[in-house]
Write a protein that binds this ligand. Structure first.
Ligand SMILES: *Cc1c(COP(=O)(O)O)cnc(C)c1O
Length: 361
């Protein structure tokens, strides 16, 4: 059913269930089935499996609808990132966060070290710093909330400053999801997702996406996907859409759990700092005893899983500075927690017993 059939616009919580379905005809499936095809009969638009796939398109319709633009799916969040960075002309100035997803920062630094771009790092919470940095820039890259310290940018003012300076704004919306933040409506030009995380939500898929309202940009990103083969598997896209259908309820539950845990964490004597942007499912803590204290916590959990990824139905955690390239501005004891949908008292009991070991000598 199209929105226009109804007297009032449908809520995103409804649209993520209803969008991207095949036409409602007798015996048609309710949802788009997974289409395994490398080759199509000639004469249509798809032609070949690297150019198009109906399972991709169903996922793209739902994500595009939620973000308010046209979505393209890629083989991973990093493939989507590569596609977006391929838009940069040689020598372009890129403004990027000091701390953010490491793969993105590493890719930017690689391009800088190869002499292909100039890189300016900013504190994304400081609008004045952003405004100064975007002068003569081609692209402002934001991640908000940002990995792993969960800084939040004012996307509206930052993208307005970028636009005034002639730069485009890209927002990695992985942590917020379109249910909590719609960057295109705030003035951003491109949204990037690691659909590996909350969008698919079950820790079984690696997938990425871009969303934009600009047809020319969309065309260039799609061309990149074709020419560089950055295409997802139909099965992964199917699983991601299946997961996306329940994003609303997963997010509600995990967010409520996160809010409760943040409050309890703040009162635990072994926790020195709690970082939580006020919404979402990710929070970070710093604990007593430095890196060793944090390693004891991570090594003592039984229900929580020590793992680097996030955004699944399972609660996971990791000490970020175990990665050598993590920013030195991230405290050695910082543990990032991705809160899942388990019972909150079970989650707390496990964390509390693990935290008790942190302060222990
Ligand atoms: C995981 C992640 C990425 C990279 O996505 P992949 O799907 O792992 O390639 C980019 N940005 C953020 C914020 C992420 O969490």
């Amino acid at each position: 059913m199209a929105d226009s059939d109804l007297a009032h616009p449908l809520s995103p919580h409804t649209r993520l269930v209803t969008a991207g379905r095949p036409a409602a005809e007798p015996d048609a499936p309710l949802n788009e089935p997974v289409m395994f095809a490398s080759t199509y009969h000639a004469g249509g638009e798809r032609g070949y499996g690297r150019y198009g796939n109906p399972t991709w398109e169903a996922f793209e319709q739902v994500l595009g609808d939620l973000e308010g633009g046209t979505a393209l799916t890629f083989s991973s969040g990093m493939a989507a990132t590569s596609a977006v960075l391929s838009l940069l002309p040689e020598g372009a100035v890129v403004v990027a966060p000091e701390t953010a997803y490491l793969g993105v920062l590493d890719q930017l630094r690689e391009r800088r070290d190869a002499g292909r771009i100039q890189l300016r790092h900013v504190d994304i919470t400081d609008p004045t710093e952003i405004k100064d940095a975007v002068q003569e820039a081609a692209m402002l890259w934001l991640e908000s909330p940002a990995n792993p310290k969960l800084e939040v940018a004012d996307v509206a003012s930052a993208s307005a400053a970028a636009r005034d300076a002639g730069a485009i704004t890209v927002v990695d919306n992985t942590f917020a999801t379109p249910l909590l933040q719609r960057p295109l409506a705030l003035g951003a030009d491109i949204v990037v997702h690691s659909a590996t995380k909350l969008i698919s939500g079950h820790s079984d898929v690696v997938l990425g996406a871009t969303v934009t309202t600009n047809d020319d940009t969309r065309g260039r990103l799609e061309r990149y996907r074709r020419l560089h083969g950055a295409i997802p598997s139909p099965m992964d896209t199917f699983l991601a859409l299946r997961g996306l259908r329940t994003l609303g309820v997963r997010l509600d539950r995990a967010q409520a759990n996160a809010a409760t845990l943040v409050e309890r964490l703040g009162a635990h004597p072994a926790v020195t700092t709690v970082r939580y942007p006020g919404s979402g499912t990710i929070c970070s803590i710093e604990v007593a005893g430095g890196a060793e204290g944090a390693d004891r916590v991570v090594g003592s959990v039984r229900l929580w899983v020590n793992t680097t990824s996030l955004g699944g139905v399972e609660s996971t955690l990791e000490r970020r500075r175990r990665w050598p390239s993590e920013s030195e501005t991230v405290d050695v004891s910082l543990i990032r927690l991705s809160v899942g949908i388990e019972d909150v008292d079970d989650l707390w009991a496990d964390l509390a017993q693990a935290l008790d070991t942190a302060a222990a000598p």
